[in-house]
Design a protein around this ligand. Structure first.
Ligand code: HEC
Length: 234
């Protein structure tokens, strides 16, 4: 009896067990990584080329992914009125609280910037990609390719990006469309522009030389309005 209790309490094997476990884990990790690419999980089946094509519909700024089709501003107007205007307004000015699709040029630097697909978005490809993928809201991907080009041409027309009602937009001339705000988008340059800020050894204590100066106190600055003096919120 006492012998077996002793055996039970003998934990000297634990370090050995722990070491063995660690070695096993390391082995699993190494072999796991090596075999991960080959091993199948046996869940579901591979997507067919047709299924992938259904998802693979992105249109990129360089024109990659543009579907074959064409449509004029004039053809787009009635389609837009029928399929889009109930929410976005006949001229893209928005009906009620749905997003606007036009206007806002020259307002981006103001206190009240109006960001529309025309004033703010960098590439026309984003407009056609978005319409193709997501609109009309609730009935997405129901537009034919020709309808898509015609409606996109009309949205460009509403934004004065194309100016003739006879303008025909197609996969052939799409790349010639430039949006006014494109130059204001640029690659993330923070690694260079903010190099001094992204230090590898950030200062964590006593970071300013000299004494800290208290410039104000919340109580004195009085940032919290007295009850009843703030703006009325409905
Ligand atoms: C039932 C209302 C409705 C209809 C109809 C509709 N849209 Fe929209 N549209 C929306 C909503 C809601 C959003 C915003 C969706 C979001 O942000 O997720 C939107 C967003 C958009 C945007 C992006 C706007 C922005 O600045 O972010 C475009 C472009 C657009 N719609 C085009 C169209 C076109 C073209 C049609 C017609 C083919 C259409 N929509 C039909 C409701 C609608």
């Amino acid at each position: 009896m006492s012998k077996s209790r002793e055996t039970c309490h003998d934990l000297s094997f634990l370090p050995l067990l722990a070491a063995a476990c660690l070695i096993c884990l390391a082995c699993f990790a190494a072999f796991g990584a090596a075999f991960a690419s080959e091993k199948k999980l046996d869940i579901g089946r591979e997507a067919t080329a047709e299924e992938i094509a259904g998802w693979d519909i992105d249109i990129r700024p360089d024109g990659h992914g543009l579907p074959v089709g064409r449509g004029t501003v004039k053809q787009g107007e009635p389609l837009y009125v029928e399929r889009c205007a109930a929410c976005h307004g006949e001229f893209g000015e928005s009906a009620g609280r749905w997003p606007i699709l036009s206007g806002g040029n020259g307002t981006l630097a103001s206190h009240d910037p109006v960001k529309s697909v025309g004033s703010y978005w960098p590439y026309a490809s984003t407009i056609i990609d978005y319409i193709r993928r997501a609109m009309p809201f609730g009935a997405s991907q129901t537009l034919t390719n020709d309808e898509l080009y015609a409606i996109t041409a009309y949205v460009l027309f509403l934004n004065d990006i194309v100016t003739s009602e006879d303008f025909e937009l197609s996969d052939k001339n799409f790349r010639t469309i430039k949006l006014p705000n494109e130059p204001n988008f640029f690659d993330d340059d923070r690694e260079v522009a903010e190099k001094a800020f992204w230090r590898t050894d950030p200062c964590m204590s006593n970071c300013i030389s000299g004494d800290a100066v208290v410039t104000g106190r919340a109580k004195v600055i009085d940032v919290t309005p007295d009850p009843g003096t703030g703006p009325k919120v409905e």
